[in-house]
Design a protein around this ligand. Structure first.
Ligand code: PLP
Length: 423
């Protein structure tokens, strides 16, 4: 495909993407409708046994010994931090490049997030940064398989063993992704998957906590699953009348949707994978990094992000995005901000919820945190997740990128003259 001579749409040419992207998500159909109606007809809309079915299904899909359903991934993560039974002011290493729920729930337990840098290859927490940030108070590492890319688990497991640290895996983006043949969410001590509506196996609102250790499962139950505490046959049953103060049970209607979506997960993942890998291979030849699966890390695509090095494709991200939009591409800048740079941390608001015995002056000053690798990696572009097959549309996207990349000097020159006129 020689598109060098085709005029980019931003310079007055014909847009490359003529087909309409008709993909939708989540893909809900008759089976979800019937499953929800069954719950409603049976009338038990709070404690219906379908919740246990969801847990059984996650156990058999992932291979985890225990699964506990939650009302969302955030409460699953709170339960995971609670399950570790740490002391206030213990520290937990966590990537800055993630959704806030990977970190913030720990504050309610007095645990202090120590933000780490991310690796360029996997976009996950960087082992070198982990080692650099370990202190006498470090007790655990949060691993997030960002956008569905499995982290560098070889190194992370090695460091966890060396420094006696627990691993909480936030696999909210990585349903079905594997490392060494093991499902993401089952590699560390505790794993959590969000089932929120955008996720790969959505339930509306929901979360699943996975673990192979009974003690973690039991403590997660004690935090807020009042139906289960009463069933415990250990001394923990004495918390049945109170829990530890919150309520984390999933709604059966969500569980019903979650079960049907889990049945379809592999098929849904296959469609996304086939489409995105097809387009990724074309974008790689143009110089983009598309985070394809590597070796023993088999990724899935919660979202499709690519990045590029501005020394190689010499156009600022905002201008590249604008040129691609003019071609008809649905592209956007990154959705997540870096947590360590957020006012909640830099202005000290986190202290309002942190249950800490330390004086203010001993608490972290997040405004001084510097994470050079992830701070530098600004050139990310979000593409659609291509949830239905449509090779013709993918070819048009590839053509759009090719037209823009092959005409960067002309686009920049036109932008410059436009800027001069505008002045
Ligand atoms: C990485 C990550 N962790 C945790 C969560 C929290 O999950 P939920 O929205 O189900 O509470 C999300 C949700 O978007 C997420 O993206």
């Amino acid at each position: 495909m020689n598109t060098d001579h085709e005029l980019p749409a931003i310079l007055g040419g014909k847009p490359a993407v003529e087909l309409k992207n008709t993909d939708t998500w989540p893909l809900l159909g008759k089976s979800e409708e019937e499953a929800v109606l069954k719950v409603i007809r049976e009338g038990n809309i709070s404690t219906h046994p379908i919740i246990r079915q969801l847990e059984e299904d996650y156990k058999s899909y992932t291979g985890a010994k225990y699964a506990l359903a939650h009302n969302n991934g955030t409460s699953g993560l709170l339960a995971a931090f609670f399950a570790l039974d740490l002391q206030p002011d213990d520290e937990i290493l966590v990537p800055s490049a993630t959704f806030w729920a990977s970190a913030l729930p720990m504050l309610w337990l007095g645990l202090i997030p120590v933000f780490c840098d991310s690796e360029s290859e996997t976009l996950g927490i960087c082992p070198k940064s982990i080692e650099k940030n370990i202190s006498a108070k470090t007790k655990a590492i949060v691993v997030v398989h960002l956008w569905g890319v499995p982290c560098n688990m070889e190194e992370i497991l090695r460091l966890a063993k060396k420094y006696n640290l627990k691993i909480i895996e936030d696999a909210s983006h990585a349903h079905g992704a594997t490392w060494n043949g093991q499902q993401c969410g089952t590699i560390g001590d505790i794993g959590v998957l969000s089932l929120q509506g955008d996720k790969l196996a959505p339930a509306g609102e929901g979360g699943i906590l996975l673990t192979n250790e009974y003690k973690y499962y039991e403590r997660a139950i004690c935090l807020g699953d009042i139906t289960r505490i009463i069933e415990l046959e250990t001394p923990q049953r004495r918390f049945a009348a109170t829990s530890f103060g919150i309520k984390t049970r999933i709604a059966p209607v969500s569980a019903a949707i979650g079960i049907e979506q889990l049945k379809k997960l592999n098929q849904h993942n296959k469609i996304r994978n086939d489409n995105i890998i097809y387009l990724s291979q074309k974008l790689e030849t143009l110089g983009f990094n598309t985070y394809l699966s590597q070796g023993n890390k088999q990724r899935t695509y919660f979202e499709f992000y690519i990045s590029y090095d501005e020394n190689k494709i010499q156009i600022p991200m905002t201008q590249l995005i604008e040129a691609l939009r003019q071609e008809g591409c649905e592209v956007a800048p990154p959705r997540y901000v870096l947590l360590h740079q957020q006012p909640f941390f830099t202005e000290g608001h986190f202290k309002k919820i942190l249950r800490s015995a330390l004086a203010d002056s001993q608490l972290p000053d997040y405004s001084k945190v510097k994470l050079p690798n992830i701070e530098r990696q600004g050139n990310f572009i979000k593409l659609p997740s291509f949830t239905s097959s449509n090779t013709a549309l993918l070819d048009q996207y590839a053509k759009a990128f090719s037209k823009v990349v092959n005409n960067v000097p002309k686009i920049l020159a036109a932008n410059q003259s436009f800027a001069v006129i505008a002045e």
